[in-house]
Design a protein around this ligand. Sequence first.
Ligand SMILES: C[S@@+](CC[C@H](N)C(=O)[O-])C[C@H]1O[C@@H](n2cnc3c(N)ncnc32)[C@H](O)[C@@H]1O
Length: 214
Amino acid sequence: MLGEYWKAIAEFKRLKGYHAESGKLALSMFKLFVNYSEPGQWGTGEINAGERKQLIDWLIEAADIPGPVVEIGTLFGFSTMALCEGVHRSGVRKKIYTVDNYVWNPFGVPVYRHRMLTKHNLTFAQSLTDLVIVDSTADDFYTSFTEVPSLAFIDGDHRYESVRKDLIFFKNIGARAISGHDYNFPDVSRAVREVLGEDNLTVFNGTLFLYKAP
Ligand SMILES: C[S@@+](CC[C@H](N)C(=O)[O-])C[C@H]1O[C@@H](n2cnc3c(N)ncnc32)[C@H](O)[C@@H]1O
């Protein structure tokens, strides 16, 4: 009981420090999000409505391809819900893994709270599909994951080296399709072009990419 009290005090102090340093940015992002934005429009990280629809269509098209769907970068679960909806609507039962270590969110929500919100958001999707929420870094996940995905969706760490690592992992493991978000980020498009090439690549809206293994 006393342990919980001290934990709460420590968290309060941490948050005070956090808000003094970067709280202004988090607050302005939050205001932008609440007041003006269509989801996914203002750099708050998640896919937007058009991308969501496209992703669902790709999953329905991939119904006959066996293997689980794997996502790197859950955030609050918006793209995860699209993946679950696509699999559910395809009529084929597939496992869906979503991986995040909750290292980033646009509002500066603390890690434990971010994790809690995301799990809560995904309750309904989990009741309809075989969704596995993996609380891990992408790298740690890769050390033990051996299934061949029908589709991998990459939207985690957007730095060149990390995206490259994600793409190489899924290409080498034999993923039938590799998709991802933020192709408009130079680091992302560079890694995608280098690792996957452009021949079997489709880009939707300038942001969402899909590579189909030949
Ligand atoms: C842009 S957001 C994902 C948005 C989400 N796919 C959507 O459309 O709703 C990026 C997410 O990747 C996570 N992330 C960043 N680096 C990671 C890593 N090395 N391993 C796992 N997750 C990571 C962050 O915590 C964040 O939640």
